[in-house]
Unconditional design. Structure first.
Length: 138
């Protein structure tokens, strides 16, 4: 990894008010290096970290992913109870989820039209609408 890549990750973390620890730097490099958007599970990221020689526990991976979500660097997409993917695209969009391959694919927000939503419970407001369309192979 180049100094420029490290400085980019450090800047991203600091802008999100996160201290650039060794674990955050390493996981951030895996998540945010390159220009493609990623959908990844904690287990997949843990395996990538091991393969890259980054010594980090699965618990640390989960904690870091949730910290990144709270800081606005990632979005968590829950596809089933107990099964989440972490998305590097934090903009407004939805997903196709291939249940056989376990893959998420982005759907641009403008391709989904939500005609109406119920009023939220008293004292709350709608933060975001996430739509996951489950698909199977033909």
């Amino acid at each position: 990894m180049t100094d420029r890549s490290y400085s980019s990750i450090i800047e991203q973390l600091r802008n999100a008010n996160l201290r650039p620890t060794r674990q955050r730097m390493g996981l951030g490099r895996l998540l945010f290096s390159g220009d493609q958007q990623r959908h990844i599970t904690a287990d997949q990221l843990h395996l990538e970290a091991e393969n890259a020689g980054l010594s980090v526990s699965l618990a640390t991976v989960y904690n870091t992913l949730h910290q990144f979500c709270e800081a606005g660097l990632l979005r968590e997409v829950v596809v089933d109870p107990g099964r989440s993917y972490f998305d590097t695209n934090t903009g407004s969009h939805h997903h196709f989820f291939n249940v056989e391959r376990g893959e998420l694919t982005d759907i641009p927000a403008e391709l989904i039209n939500v005609a109406s939503l119920p009023s939220p419970p008293l004292g709350t407001q709608i933060d975001r609408v996430d739509i996951v369309v489950r698909v199977r192979n033909d």
